[in-house]
Design a protein around this ligand. Sequence first.
Ligand SMILES: C[S@@+](CC[C@H](N)C(=O)[O-])C[C@H]1O[C@@H](n2cnc3c(N)ncnc32)[C@H](O)[C@@H]1O
Length: 378
Amino acid sequence: MRAATAHHQPVLAAAVVELLRPCLDGLIVDGTAGLGGHTTALLTAGAQRMLALDLDPEAARLLSERMRAEARVRVLHASFADLGAHVPAGGAAGVVLDLGVSSLQLDTAARGFSFRLDGPIDMRFDPTSGAPAAQIVNRMPEPELAALLRTLGEERRARAVARRIAAARPLHSTAALARVVAGAFAGRQRRHPATRTFQALRMAANAELETLRQGLDAARLALRGGGRLAAIAFHSLEDREVKQTFNAWAGAGLGRVVTRRPIRPERAETQSNPRARSARLRGFEVDSGVDPHPNHLPRREWGPEEPSGWDASHAPDHLPRRERGPEEPTGWDASHAPDHLPRRERGSQEPRGSRGPSELRGSNGSRESRGPRGPGES
Ligand SMILES: C[S@@+](CC[C@H](N)C(=O)[O-])C[C@H]1O[C@@H](n2cnc3c(N)ncnc32)[C@H](O)[C@@H]1O
């Protein structure tokens, strides 16, 4: 199977290792382990113990096989948003988050991430949970779809793309979707015209911004004093979330931002790995002896940096309430919402990604159900 041999070049691996070097003596969590590029780089640098998480069960299975002989690593099929269920508060020395999609996922047509391959319109990191992106493509009302493409894809022709998609419904394959989107553009484009639409749909299908918010908070609470969080973003909205969150933490006296400016890949890296082009790495170090739950943490808002054209009343239902302003109706009947949309939008407070007992894959790839784990249990 192609997936089993897929290779993923880790982005900014040397910079991540340098950022987390002071943490190598404690537990390091790779919250987006994928094929293990950053995990391997950190182990090579001398990491003592690692917990590798991935929301994609296939990625977790493959990594678990790869790491079978590596006693320092435990691999889990889990979301980084649920990190707190696997690591006690203060139990981690370092956390790395390398956001987005892996080469393995992009190169597997059946996962539906790629507009260059023909597959179902799925795009879920965890295909065993939630609803595929096809639900958004085929069911979301055109105005909401346009808002979603504009917001999450920063697609300037969002209305034209949404109009074409709505007219072509139902759409079942990524190739058909890519063709329909391309029809909204005249002339040659620098990038494939479906790039931004696919990005927006992937982010929506996985509720990526909300999950990132939960994951950043979970990572900070898991870190010990002096512990560090390294986050690599590939999208301006993600990077803004990381930046604003780190600044808010620093402002609340929880620690310091260790990257004055985001670290960008060198030219040599982007030449050998085009995926690295838009990468930005930021780091935060938690102070020792601070109250991890201060009541003066400022509320993070999009504020003046909101993407232009954003109209809160058109926000897709899965975006957190604070982005939608008051409880005004969205025009999108929530009964059309994909099942995986955050519970709080559906009446309960349970955060997305909470799965109850963790599914743990041991070194033999088996699934076991276990309670929260301490760092010493790796
Ligand atoms: C860019 S890849 C990481 C590649 C990895 N750093 C490497 O070097 O091989 C991002 C990975 O994050 C995973 N992912 C996305 N959202 C996640 C989440 N909420 N929790 C855990 N993993 C997630 C994806 O399944 C994907 O495998």
